[in-house]
Design a protein around this ligand. Structure first.
Ligand code: ADP
Ligand code: MG
Length: 257
């Protein structure tokens, strides 16, 4: 049973068909990768799943119930969280306060809840390796660390579904390893379903049990990393081509071998 599912999604921007008949389903505890060249429609699919954009065609289901017309806020309250390719942190707040603010949506609360929120924030800061940065203003962080805070904020209130749009961009190798550990923890320990968009194909292939490939707004293929790597259509459209790989198309890039 899928926790979050999109069926037959179609989105047009004027003459551009950004998505056409795209379906994808996420199971609890599953880490699924979403890859494809620039302009493939990955971010648009995230917008549709998180409710920021209404699709022209198709449905979105949460636990099998139709949520196509539900707002982004409603979806977030029901555990569907996303991060943005461009970070949306509160720069004038500390890292810790960014996490506390992210739990404020519940509104009127009992005494004791604040202590509970602070505990959750502390746990998430530790999980994300952000302890040392807790009192730093988010606006002062370099992009890799800000990316980690963007992720931490999505975890501040326990999510059921995590939609991560290029979370590794600007990260060092160490930060990427931390990111992978956090995503695994959320899937394995908190049963969270994760959909991960990332340009770093090697990173996706290592972290994800299943990979979905989009090209020009259509599903090109899906399967295990090994199946996707072996699919000639995927190689033609994406894996073997510049600028995603520094090597010329004739020689397969290192992460495809
Ligand atoms: P990706 O995230 O895979 O790079 P996007 O979802 O951002 O791809 O874009 C898919 C297609 O839709 C592209 O052709 C892009 O130019 C177009 N597009 C995306 N957002 C808009 C928009 N707000 N207005 C017009 N066209 C858009
Ligand atoms: Mg994008």
């Amino acid at each position: 049973m899928y926790v979050l599912e999109a069926q037959g999604i179609g989105v047009r921007f004027g003459g551009v068909r950004a998505l056409h008949q795209v379906g994808v389903g996420l199971r609890p505890g599953e880490i699924c990768g979403l890859i494809g060249p620039n302009g493939a429609g990955k971010s648009t699919l995230f917008d549709v799943l998180s409710g920021i954009r209404r699709a022209d065609e198709g449905r979105v289901l949460l636990d099998g119930a139709d949520i196509t017309r539900r707002s982004p806020v409603w979806r977030a309250r029901h555990g569907v969280r996303r991060t943005f390719q461009r970070q949306q942190l509160f720069g004038q707040l500390t890292v810790r306060d960014n996490l506390l603010v992210a739990q404020e949506w519940r509104g009127r609360v009992r005494r004791g809840v604040y202590a509970q929120r602070r505990r959750r924030a502390a746990t998430v800061l530790r999980t994300c390796g952000l302890d040392a940065l807790a009192e730093t203003y988010a606006g002062a962080l370099p992009v890799g660390q800000a990316s980690m805070v963007e992720l931490a904020r999505a975890l501040a209130d326990p999510p059921r579904v995590l939609l991560l749009d290029e979370p590794a961009s600007g990260m060092s190798a160490d930060e990427r390893a931390q990111l992978a550990a956090v995503v695994r923890h959320m899937a394995d320990e908190e049963g969270c379903a994760v959909l991960l968009v990332e340009h770093n194909v090697a990173f996706v292939m290592e972290l994800c049990a299943r990979v979905v490939v989009l090209d020009l707004g259509e599903l090109l293929g899906a399967g295990t990393p090994a199946e996707v790597r072996a699919d000639p259509r995927v190689r033609d459209a994406y894996l073997g081509t510049a600028p995603l790989s520094p090597t010329p198309p004739a020689a397969p890039p290192a992460d495809v071998r």
